[in-house]
Design a binder for this molecule. Structure first.
Ligand code: SF4
Length: 470
């Protein structure tokens, strides 16, 4: 599905490299591979051993970086970030990496996730005299590090991480060290690779492939990694808890060519499609997937049922972005511009339309209508994840509960609203089977809170602050 029209948005992507002559350029390419995780802002900070050099801006990587910038981004270490900004949090000052100066030296921070106690910590910090300049919760961590009684950076970061709660995958670059940390439940993905002796860190492994780096391992929940000219060292800042990796990374967000926690995303989506076919079979003539993220699940559904997979919907890749258009009518027009139903494939056919999820339902209704206008006699919608009934507090903008169609309507009511001939969702059990079956659930468990309401961390009354998402 198309993120910008669906109302379901990833918050960020982080990439870093240590010990490479072309650190800024490698980071630029790495961020390109992570562009789907955020299109609102991008930045790269480098270290030449004495100073940090930053360039960032609003927009896509190609809007923010031209050739000139790279001559200024000196050094063999770099930290980069792509950002999706929620309403009210999209100003230039919130584009990461954020650079801070203190008695401990300079530090640049980039973050993927959301701290559930950021607002509480911000109030505490301000009461103690800190002045926060941005509305990003990343800055809260910076102030906690600055105020730590520890002089050494690693200890200061470790003690600051002990105070924050929620989902976070952090990169932190100083003049002479790179630090990387993942929250104790490992809600967000973060991997380590190597490129000709240089260490590489990325939110997704697809960024390793684009620069020719080799995957080494995952950053572990509760792990703080320090990389400098002496190599890589690791310590635990918290005991690892039952892993609850975001299942939506598999369902929708991550690129199909990425491996997360040892499982390829395309393969997991195919399994979701197969599980869905087992749970909700239907007689039909063709199966089609909503491009791009639902195609793998549609192939799985087709393989399991024997109904041929066809390209019944295609995406026009060269239309302008439409998510900033304010009205529903214009957003729906955006769907029409971006997706076309292929008449020659669907005309006179009973079509199974596989999609990864339904958020507000407006996009699904529009796509069902596109297929029927193109001559489909029946449209059976199959969703490769359970109904999204609850908001996410961990860095994914899922819309508020009131906007989520499944929190206010039964499956039958949703079917009617989107105009489908039948509608079925994958169960939470089916989703879990697709991702963790046969594996140690302590290490491979997933969060399904937006489906089930079982949040893996404490949620504070003032947690939902869109402007605080990083
Ligand atoms: S609530 Fe949903 S979107 Fe948020 S981390 Fe959990 S699975 Fe992912």
């Amino acid at each position: 599905m198309l993120a910008e029209i669906k109302g379901l948005n990833e918050e960020c992507g982080v990439f870093a490299i240590w010990g490479h002559e072309k650190a800024a350029e490698m980071t630029y390419y790495g961020l390109h591979a992570l562009q789907h995780r955020g299109q609102e802002g991008a930045g790269i900070v480098t270290s030449d051993g004495d100073n940090l050099h930053l360039h960032k801006g609003n927009g896509l990587i190609n809007d923010v970086f031209q050739q000139d910038e790279f001559s200024r981004l000196k050094g063999t270490a770099a930290l980069g970030h792509v950002r999706y900004a929620t309403q009210g949090g999209g100003g230039y000052e919130n584009v990461q990496p954020l650079v801070f100066r203190s008695q401990k030296g300079s530090m640049a921070l980039a973050h993927n996730g959301n701290l559930v106690n950021a607002y509480m910590l911000k109030n505490q910090l301000e009461a103690q005299g800190s002045i926060l300049q941005t509305t990003s919760d990343t800055e809260v961590l910076a102030h906690l590090i600055k105020r730590s009684g520890h002089m050494g950076m690693e200890d200061a970061i470790g003690s600051a991480l002990g105070m924050i709660k929620g989902a976070y995958a952090f990169g932190l670059l100083t003049e002479d060290q790179l630090f990387v940390a993942l929250d104790p439940r490992g809600l967000r993905p973060l991997s380590i690779g190597m490129l000709n002796g240089a260490y590489v860190i990325s939110s997704e492994t697809c960024a390793f492939d684009i620069i020719g780096a080799t995957y080494i391992r995952e950053v572990l929940p509760g792990e703080l990694i320090t990389i400098d000219d002496n190599g890589l060292t690791s310590r635990r800042f918290a005991s690892p808890l039952q892993r609850t990796l975001c299942s939506m990374e598999y369902v929708y967000f991550s690129r199909p060519d990425s491996d997360i926690n040892g499982l390829n995303v395309h393969a997991s989506r195919k399994t979701m499609g197969k599980e869905l076919a087992k749970e909700a079979p239907i007689e039909a003539d063709v199966v089609t997937g909503v491009p791009d993220s639902s195609i793998s699940a549609a192939i799985g559904f087709s393989e399991a049922t024997g109904i041929p997979y066809e390209l019944g919907l295609i995406k026009n890749r060269y239309v302008g972005r439409t998510f900033i258009q304010p009205s529903q009518e214009l957003r729906e027009q955006g769907v029409k511009m971006k997706l076309s139903a292929v008449r020659g494939i669907v005309e006179g056919k009973r079509v199974v339309m596989v999609d990864d999820s339904i958020v507000r339902g407006t996009t699904s209704r529009r796509i069902v209508r596109l297929l029927k206008e193109a001559g489909a006699t029946e449209v059976h919608v199959r969703i490769a994840s359970p109904p999204i009934e609850n908001p996410c507090y961990y860095g994914i903008d899922t819309s508020t509960k009131g906007e989520l169609i499944a929190s206010n309507n039964s499956v039958e009511e949703i079917r009617e609203l989107i105009g489908a001939d039948s509608l079925a969702y994958l169960t939470a059990e089916g989703l879990e089977n697709s991702i963790v079956k046969g594996k140690d659930s302590t290490e491979h468990g997933v969060c399904q809170a937006c489906f089930t309401g079982n949040y893996p961390t404490e949620i504070y009354p003032d947690t939902v602050l869109p402007a605080y998402k990083g």
